[in-house]
Design a protein around this ligand. Structure first.
Ligand SMILES: Nc1ncnc2c1ncn2[C@@H]1O[C@H](COP(=O)(O)OP(=O)(O)OP(=O)(O)O)[C@@H](O)[C@H]1O
Length: 269
């Protein structure tokens, strides 16, 4: 479980995060949702330790991270896997070398142990025969899979994904979402995903934190979000016409069910 307490961050006098607190649960896909520029990536970087918050703290499974001793911070850092926006593979390394890289950096594994782990992770993300391909030779969806394999290779306890769907077609985006969710549940990882994609919200929104202008405005899950009465969140969800139409159909269906139920009660009275 990751807990954040009262995170504030400004850049040059411009407030980007304004006292954000919350909990990200283990074994769940926790979504950081919000419009462009609302502070999602900055919050993720504060959690990972790439940006130091002005005020506030982060704890990983009860261990204080922000401003703690370097060795404790490094110990936690070793347990974090990152899936970057655009995958961020090393272009000069093939798929196998990309996945092997964190194992070389973070573990004392022998070459054959590293290869076993690389092959296991590649097969887990459905890329059994891609070891020797270069990043330039594979599709965007495959790059994300390699990115996921690289992130989980050192047995991460925490997984952070910055817009894992960006640049993917809708079908591939869903398979990547599902893969992240499966891996999260299978290995009991605490996963945080930055997104503004409503498909991701519906598909994998176990726990959602909605950020608006640097503040946490709402939190809940992918069922509760459809019934929120917070205007800013509704504007965000229903900006998409398809979502508005789906909501209208759902409301009409619920009204019809109520009407039928009332009629049935009337008949039995
Ligand atoms: N290092 C930085 N220096 C100055 N300003 C920054 C820095 N990093 C982020 N910002 C500003 O903080 C604000 C929030 O940025 P952030 O990247 O967190 O938004 P976001 O919600 O992730 O948006 P998007 O969905 O478009 O990625 C933006 O106005 C951005 O310009």
């Amino acid at each position: 479980m990751i807990e954040i307490h009262n995170i504030h961050k400004s850049f040059g006098g411009k407030k980007v995060l304004d006292g954000v607190s919350g909990v990200f649960e283990t074994g769940k896909t926790n979504l950081l949702l919000g419009a462009s520029g609302t502070g999602k990536s900055v919050l993720l970087k504060c959690i990972v330790g790439l940006i130091k918050p002005d005020i506030g703290s982060v704890t990983f499974d009860g261990t204080y991270y922000t401003n703690n001793k370097l060795d404790i911070r490094q110990e936690i850092r070793r347990k974090i896997g990152m899936l970057f926006q655009g995958s961020a593979l090393f272009d000069s390394m093939n798929v196998e070398e990309n996945v092997e890289f964190p194992l070389k950096m973070l573990t004392n594994m022998s070459k054959s142990e590293r290869m076993d782990r690389v092959n296991f992770c590649l097969s887990r993300v459905g890329l059994e025969n891609a070891n020797h391909k270069m990043p330039s030779e594979i599709s965007g969806g495959m790059k994300k899979r390699v990115g996921i394999a690289r992130a989980i290779a050192p047995n991460c306890t925490y997984l952070f994904c910055d817009e894992p769907n960006s640049g993917l077609d809708p079908q591939t985006a869903i398979t990547i979402d599902e893969l992240i969710k499966e891996i999260t549940e299978e290995y009991n990882i605490t996963t945080i995903i930055v997104t503004h994609d409503m498909n991701s919200v519906i598909e994998i929104g176990d726990k959602i934190m909605f950020l608006y202008k640097g503040k946490k405005l709402w939190e809940g899950n992918n069922v509760e979000i459809m019934d929120t009465d917070i205007k800013e969140l509704n504007d965000f969800i229903f900006a998409n016409r398809l979502m508005r139409d789906a909501k209208k159909v759902e409301d009409e269906r619920a009204e019809e069910e109520d009407r039928v139920e009332e009629e049935r009660k009337g008949e039995t009275r």
